[in-house]
Write a protein that binds this ligand. Structure first.
Ligand code: NAD
Length: 358
């Protein structure tokens, strides 16, 4: 994976603390050494073995068990929160209250009400709240976004957002992924949120108006964790203010047909978005533009831009936002809207009706 050139020579480095040292925490830490103004100041994790392994690999200056102690450290500038979902809100709020900027893993929170509190708290204190969605920075997404911004799709009216697995129910330490009070939900809040956000971002983040959806839990027999009270699949139809709609399909488990390719870990798997416009349609994987050229539908292969690491580009944008040099691409306002869509999907599934987002 190519890394961006080390260009900045800014006087003071930004001291970053990674809270939660599982896979996502390691990805954020991994790219810091390629960003001149980023300094991996500290980490925090309750699990001693994970903490030790993280320290051995990435060498932060300090390691904490309790993240509250890290947040009180005056040298810390920003917290990178990679905890189980139910801790995103309390940890992000504690970080903001301690005067630290926040980069928080997805889902931003467990619901929109929590996210609104964080948005207001960050705004009140002049701090950045940033939700991690590194997929916005992949080469395919950057190329697709560029073509859309150049007008190649015309007016976007529809997108299909898909992340389905046939056998891919995650565990997490202590089985938190499958327990609603610790995860906030199942396949939707775990991987559906990625698929929905990719399509929504490419569409230009239109304002969501209403949702009709159904979620299911059909595959309990595949899970050994003591608690499995979340959905393993969700299907949604979302209307936006500009008249566009999204069809979202997501599953951790399903008896998927064999036209869906076998993935590396989770059985058959597709993670893709297709965005339809009046002049053209773009499919993310493989990245292709289907374009109306004088009435004929032409398939146009698209070159990928440089393959700079998506976590690195995301962290660079976060740091630029912290320094006031750029707008945060994954901003708190969008995090609220994203959580409102997820809330409405769950509410519609319970009521059996279309749910407005006000
Ligand atoms: N962006 C992505 O592609 C991506 C991928 C995987 C996970 N995630 C997100 O990252 C988050 C973490 O997921 P994970 O797979 O690493 O989970 P995990 O259970 O493997 O790891 C969570 C870590 O947090 C630590 N922890 C738990 N409670 C703590 C506390 N009170 N104080 C300090 N440390 C504590 C645990 O010891 C563990 O090391 C989730 O929100 C998940 O949705 C994002």
């Amino acid at each position: 994976m190519k890394r961006a050139a080390k260009t900045e020579k800014s006087a003071k480095k930004i001291n970053l603390g990674v809270i939660g040292t599982g896979w996502p925490g390691q990805q954020h830490a991994r790219v810091m050494s390629d960003i001149a103004e980023a300094h991996l100041y500290a980490c925090a994790d309750l699990d001693e073995a994970r903490r030790a392994e993280f320290h051995a690999t990435y060498a932060p200056q300090k390691c904490f068990g309790d993240y509250h102690a890290l947040l009180q450290d005056p040298k810390l500038d920003a917290a990178i929160i990679c905890l189980p979902n139910f801790l995103h809100f309390p940890a992000a709020l504690a970080a903001l209250e301690a005067g630290k900027h926040v980069l928080c893993e997805k889902p931003p929170t467990m619901n929109a009400a929590e996210m609104k509190v964080l948005h207001e708290e960050a705004a009140r204190r002049g701090l950045i709240y940033y939700f991690s969605r590194q997929f916005r920075f992949t080469p395919g997404m950057r190329a697709a976004k560029g073509l859309i911004e150049a007008g190649r799709l015309g007016t976007i009216y529809h997108a299909k957002a898909t992340w389905v697995r046939s056998r891919g129910i995650p565990q997490g330490i202590g089985g938190w992924f499958t327990e609603k009070k610790r995860s906030g939900g199942g396949a939707l809040i775990d991987i559906g949120v990625h698929a929905l956000d990719s399509a929504w971002y490419l569409m230009g983040n239109p304002r969501p108006l209403a949702v009709s959806a159904q979620v299911y839990r059909n595959f309990e027999h595949l899970v050994q964790d003591p608690v499995f009270d979340v959905e393993d699949a969700a299907f949604a139809f979302i209307r936006f203010e500009n008249g566009a709609v999204v069809q979202l399909e997501t599953s951790w488990a399903g008896n998927l047909p064999d036209d869906i390719p076998q993935g590396q870990y989770f059985g058959r798997e597709i993670n893709n978005s297709v965005v339809y416009g009046t002049r053209g349609t773009i499919r993310l994987k493989p990245l292709t533009l289907f374009e109306d050229q004088s009435g004929a539908l032409v398939t146009v292969p698209v070159d990928l831009p440089d393959d700079t690491d998506s976590f690195e580009l995301q962290l660079r944008n976060f740091l630029d936002a912290v320094r006031g040099r750029a707008e945060a691409i994954n901003n708190a306002n969008q995090a609220v809207k994203l959580m409102e869509m997820l809330d409405a999907i769950y509410a519609s599934s319970v009521s059996g009706r279309e749910v407005p987002i006000v």
